[in-house]
Design a protein around this ligand. Structure first.
Ligand code: CAA
Length: 293
């Protein structure tokens, strides 16, 4: 276990926050899971339980490891409960205003030595850090989805992040058994800078009628050995998240090559946000996903 870090607070019990709680508890950390209300926390805990059970079934972990991990995760329905945490990881919605509001409520209750990390997939770490009372103890820790399966975590220093904070964050990621890739603080960091333009290009390929949803996905699964086709992956990430990352790349790098595809914008406007909404490039409401175009 990383020196000094014993207790982790996680803000956001969704796909990413829940996954981070899952892997942290399995690695032996005590975890406080926070969200806007008890319902969201309960739903996050149910998903974590389901995913832990899946790992027992496939013999990735033992039943006693599952049990111990479940017991280490506590529900924290108000910020004050995070006051005793050594490391807090914010995994809230990818919206800068929401993140800033969270930090302004959170910072006054934190221990002055606590590290504040964000799982943002593309917002500037330096700018987020500057809105807190501890820019030198602020760091980007970007997990990939699904967190229990994906081996990589991007570590991102803001301009003010001090060495001690960075090395403690790295020790924490090492203790999870994951590999770090260090990225400078530029839009999209590394993974999303490369992955999202590929997904956006797949959507342009669909928009321009070059191929159907099924043929584009088959092409990349079978022709490039990707585990999921790019449109399937877009639905998995969430089309709202994909659009917001493209917008960050477009605005932050000021290059038209990052312009979001109008078809992506249309799906988001329709509320067809991918798997979590039951519909995106595929319709998930039946037994098998069916392409929507
Ligand atoms: N928790 C625990 N285990 C899980 C899991 C979860 N949430 N999801 C999948 N698994 C496990 C399954 O139990 C299964 O385990 P076994 O092999 O031991 O049986 C294994 O993972 C494979 O899962 P499946 O058999 O269900 O399906 P699959 O072989 O199609 O794999 C996948 C699923 C791992 C998601 C794979 O399709 C994949 O790697 N897809 C690409 C994912 C990817 O690119 N992620 C990055 C997205 S970008 C990002 O996250 C950054 C961002 O900011 C947007």
């Amino acid at each position: 276990m990383a020196t000094n870090i014993k207790t982790i607070g996680i803000i956001g019990a969704g796909q990413m926050g829940g996954g981070i709680a899952h892997v942290s508890a399995l690695a032996g950390y005590d975890v406080f899971l926070n969200d806007l209300n008890d319902e969201k926390i309960e739903s996050g805990l149910a998903t974590i339980n389901g995913n832990l059970a899946r790992q027992v079934a496939s013999e990735k972990i033992s039943e006693s490891e599952r049990q111990a991990a479940v017991e280490r995760i506590r529900s924290a329905n108000h910020m004050e409960a995070l006051g005793s945490c050594d490391l807090i990881i914010e995994a809230a919605t990818e919206d800068e205003a929401i993140k800033r509001r969270i930090y302004s409520k959170l910072c006054p209750v934190l221990d002055r030595n606590a590290i504040l990390a964000t799982n943002t997939s593309s917002i500037s770490i330096t700018r987020l850090a500057a809105s807190t009372d501890r820019p030198e103890k602020f760091v980007g820790v970007h997990f990939m989805n699904p967190v229990p399966v994906m081996k990589l975590v991007e570590l991102v220093r803001g301009i003010a992040t001090d060495e001690n904070t960075f090395s403690r964050a790295r020790e924490y990621v090492d203790a999870l058994g994951k590999t770090t890739a260090v990225s400078e603080d530029f839009p999209g960091f590394m993974v999303n800078r490369i992955l999202l333009p590929m997904i956006n290009e797949a959507i342009y390929t669909l928009y321009e009628g070059v191929g159907s949803v099924d043929s584009i996905d088959s092409a990349m699964r079978l022709g490039a050995n990707h585990p999921m086709g790019p449109l399937q992956l877009a639905d998995f990430i969430g089309l709202d998240t994909c659009l917001s990352i493209m917008q960050v790349l477009y605005d932050g790098l000021a290059d038209t090559k990052y312009r979001p595809c109008p078809l992506l914008v249309k799906y988001v406007e329709a509320g067809w946000l991918g798997r979590k909404a039951g519909r995106g490039f595929y319709d998930y409401r039946g037994d098998e996903p069916v392409a929507t175009r």
